[in-house]
Design a protein around this ligand. Structure first.
Ligand SMILES: *[C@@H]1O[C@H](CO)[C@@H](O)[C@H](O)[C@H]1NC(C)=O
Ligand SMILES: *[C@@H]1O[C@H](CO)[C@@H](O)[C@H](O)[C@H]1NC(C)=O
Ligand SMILES: *[C@@H]1O[C@H](CO)[C@@H](O)[C@H](O)[C@H]1NC(C)=O
Ligand SMILES: *[C@@H]1O[C@H](CO)[C@@H](O)[C@H](O)[C@H]1NC(C)=O
Ligand SMILES: *[C@@H]1O[C@H](CO)[C@@H](O)[C@H](O)[C@H]1NC(C)=O
Ligand SMILES: *[C@@H]1O[C@H](CO)[C@@H](O)[C@H](O)[C@H]1NC(C)=O
Ligand SMILES: *[C@@H]1O[C@H](CO)[C@@H](O)[C@H](O)[C@H]1NC(C)=O
Ligand SMILES: *[C@@H]1O[C@H](CO)[C@@H](O)[C@H](O)[C@H]1NC(C)=O
Ligand SMILES: *[C@@H]1O[C@H](CO)[C@@H](O)[C@H](O)[C@H]1NC(C)=O
Ligand SMILES: *[C@@H]1O[C@H](CO)[C@@H](O)[C@H](O)[C@H]1NC(C)=O
Length: 492
């Protein structure tokens, strides 16, 4: 297969240009950003319009890789979906009460037969389709028509326990296996999950209660997990009430996640929006997310298991994403990052009513690296700690973690940030014997912080800054390690 066109922009270009940028130009840019941001109302869902290529329309998707403002070209369909069926043909009943577990199983078995014969598409018409977990297949489109709602079963047994991920060594919350996701894919190519803004509702309340009342025996399942797969498109849908992290591509490449609304109650535990994990060439665009945990979190495995699995996350683009999470962060990197995380571009992110805007999380024992990360055009409103880098809270899979496995964090460029109603200056805490290096900040304006809380809280971080308010901590003042014509970031 032709490799996806690298869309990763050079992240350290423009530093020289920024030097020439006068304060007058700078304040104009900031004013423009503030004004355009104010025009995004808090519930903004970005427009889902872009041109489509007719040849693929019948498959329920369209791609257009020419659009420079889109990384949809990371997904390239290989089959036309010659067979189109409806869940009703397999005995499905969309009354919200009847179990469709068998209907989905039969439908998917049928569709599996068309993998080598032009592929297939399963339509889900308007209605409420209650089901247990089911497995997707290759060369396949799951298409939710307008007002189609897939409801997650309330029977724990319909979310069977599967093996833990090798890069975690155990379930994330409990030892041993983990509950399978409601919609699951393993070792697939060319899969589309899309529709006319149909809904996939995990009805996760039962799982959150088991977490709260400590009766949970195995790690909760995701709403959608795709493993060991490539060429995946997830678009134009609403995901509600995931038991755990909502969308989890792990060990995948060439993944496009576009035009989604992801909602969970703001107190629902660990309901992260989108967590690309040990995956490459991932594009996340035009999504609105409200949840009880990070909106987007990039990960790559946990301590010794992540180190030995050695599957990095790289070449990930996140843009035009917005949302709220009162106790967690807008964009998170880590804390599981032991396989390494690099070449991540976040461009255009609005986070409001949040605990943190940008958050890097790592720990002693993680090993791995976080390198070449670019975050730009970020707006924040009512955020407690706008930028937070932290060492962890002793969160390890088991006693086998290596205290000598220190993570490397270097080359984090944060550019064009406007924050209003910010409560506190950034908190940047590196790790003893593994200071965070080349932390570069340009044009960062954080407003609303009371004078007493403006001071940055930095420890074991070095880098530089330009055009940053309030004034950064001494180790980031001036050009620091961010100087130079080309500003080459050291490789790791
Ligand atoms: C999303 O829906 C819009 C409107 O129907 C359509 O034009 C577009 O091609 C869809 N995009 C994707 C990526 O499915
Ligand atoms: C998917 O379709 C392509 C093109 O027809 C074919 O080459 C490939 O073998 C199919 N993959 C699977 C897993 O069926
Ligand atoms: C889906 O696949 C998993 C293994 O990945 C298996 O344990 C499970 O039973 C399958 N589910 C169905 C409904 O076939
Ligand atoms: C899709 O549905 C969700 C939930 O009802 C809604 O918030 C969102 O605005 C809809 N998206 C589009 C593009 O219509
Ligand atoms: C915990 O919550 C679950 C899900 O609501 C419920 O079935 C179970 O009875 C509760 N257990 C206890 C000990 O409260
Ligand atoms: C990250 O990007 C740089 C510059 O394009 C490239 O040299 C490097 O190989 C990339 N790293 C990965 C892991 O893709
Ligand atoms: C955001 O926080 C403000 C101030 O606390 C509150 O008035 C507003 O309702 C919140 N918005 C949402 C969507 O939670
Ligand atoms: C940020 O926004 C500006 C103005 O809209 C745009 O020109 C630029 O390409 C965006 N991205 C980066 C990486 O600066
Ligand atoms: C940063 O370095 C450049 C030379 O690379 C120099 O012209 C400029 O004055 C420096 N800026 C500050 C704030 O030190
Ligand atoms: C970071 O970028 C540099 C410069 O392009 C590249 O040499 C290096 O391989 C990248 N590091 C990683 C871990 O991708």
């Amino acid at each position: 297969m032709v490799p996806a066109k690298p869309l990763f922009p050079p992240i350290w270009d423009g530093f020289k240009g920024n030097h020439r940028c006068s304060w007058a130009v700078l304040s104009l840019v900031l004013t423009f950003m503030a004004v355009s941001w104010l025009q995004i109302n808090t519930k903004a869902v970005f427009p889902l319009s872009f041109s489509s290529s007719t040849a693929q329309e019948e498959s329920g998707f369209a791609t257009e890789s020419q659009d420079p403002n889109s990384c949809i070209g990371f997904f390239r369909p290989t089959s036309k979906r010659t067979k189109v069926v409806s869940i009703t043909e397999f005995g499905g009943i969309g009354d919200g009460k009847t179990s469709n577990t068998d209907a989905f199983k039969k439908a998917l078995n049928f569709c599996r037969g068309f993998g080598e014969k032009g592929g297939s598409r399963l339509n889900i018409p308007a209605g409420q389709w209650l089901t247990g977990s089911f497995n997707l297949t290759s060369n396949f489109t799951l298409y939710l028509e307008r007002d189609a709602v897939i409801l997650g079963s309330q029977d724990v047994k319909e979310w069977p326990v599967i093996a833990p991920l090798p890069s975690y060594g155990r379930g994330r919350e409990r030892l041993g296996g983990r509950h399978i996701s409601l919609i699951h894919g393993d070792a697939l190519t060319d899969v589309v999950i899309t529709g006319e803004n149909g809904t996939i509702d995990g009805q996760g309340k039962m799982w959150w209660e088991m977490w709260w009342n400590r009766s949970l025996e195995q790690t909760r399942g995701h709403l959608l997990e795709i493993m060991n797969s490539k060429n995946i498109l997830i678009s134009n849908l609403t995901f509600l009430n995931s038991p755990f992290w909502t969308i989890h591509p792990v060990y995948c490449s060439d993944v496009v996640i576009k035009g989604l609304t992801i909602l969970a109650p703001l107190n629902a535990p660990n309901t992260d929006g989108i967590d690309p994990d040990s995956s490459t060439n991932v594009c996340i665009e035009d999504c609105y997310i409200e949840s009880g945990d990070d909106l987007v979190a990039v990960k790559s495995g946990w301590d010794q298991y992540g180190i030995t699995t050695a599957r990095p996350s790289s070449n990930i683009i996140v843009r035009r994403v917005s949302g709220t999470t009162p106790t967690c962060s807008g964009i998170g990197i880590g804390s599981e990052m032991s396989g390494g995380i690099s070449n991540i571009t976040v461009d255009g992110f609005h986070v409001y009513n949040a605990s943190s805007g940008i958050r890097l999380k790592t720990d002693i024992g993680r090993g791995g690296y976080i390198a070449n990360i670019s975050l730009s055009n970020i707006t924040m409103d009512n955020v407690k700690v706008p930028i937070r880098f932290s060492r962890g809270a002793n969160d390890h899979p088991d006693e086998g973690w290596d205290p000598k496995a220190l993570p490397i964090v270097k080359g984090i460029v944060i550019r064009n940030v406007v924050g209003v109603n910010i409560k506190k200056g950034p908190v940047l805490e590196g790790i003893e014997n593994a200071p965070f290096q080349d932390i570069c900040m340009f044009n960062v304006k954080l407003e609303g912080i009371e004078e007493a809380h403006r001071k940055w809280d930095c420890n074991l971080v070095t880098g530089g800054s330009f055009g940053v308010f309030p004034s950064p901590c001494p180790s980031l003042q001036g050009n620091g390690t961010c100087t130079g014509e080309t500003h080459e970031l050291p490789s790791v």
